[in-house]
Design a protein around this ligand. Structure first.
Ligand code: ZN
Length: 133
């Protein structure tokens, strides 16, 4: 598998409106609007940082994955996303290595990227996302 870079860091927030104050007003990162991914019950906002980005995640529903994460662990760092050259190849390779996946097939995430999550049990506790755009 070819990992190209850290694409983004995902951070769970209760509210993007409140959460973005630190990232945009204090750190001066550029707020580029939000994107709603209904299938994942999440609103995202990406803030470019050099070659990577910070992604804020706000749940649209109490039973969404981000709401459940916040319930268990609180707000804050939620996942790291690696950009890969070919996500299908990467998932195939991980399956061959016996790595537990949350997504067996890529799905469409924020901004139309192809994404897939690895299970934190397989990574030492970190939620890892692969993405191809
Ligand atoms: Zn992400």
């Amino acid at each position: 598998m070819e990992i190209l870079k850290i694409d983004h860091l995902g951070i769970a927030v209760n509210s993007i409106d409140d959460g973005k104050n630190f990232w945009s007003d204090v750190l001066g990162l550029s707020f580029q609007g939000t994107d709603t991914v209904e299938a994942q019950k999440v609103i995202t906002a990406f803030f470019p940082v050099g070659e990577s980005e910070v992604e804020l995640l706000e749940s649209t529903s109490p039973d969404g994955p981000v709401a459940k994460f916040i319930e268990k662990k609180g707000t804050g760092f939620q996942h790291v996303a690696f950009r890969v050259a070919n996500i299908e190849d990467a998932l195939k390779e991980l399956k061959e290595k016996g790595i537990q996946l949350i997504d067996q097939q890529p799905r469409i995430g924020a901004g139309g990227a192809k994404i897939a999550f690895l299970h934190p049990k397989a990574t030492g506790g970190v939620l890892v996302e692969l993405c191809e755009r």
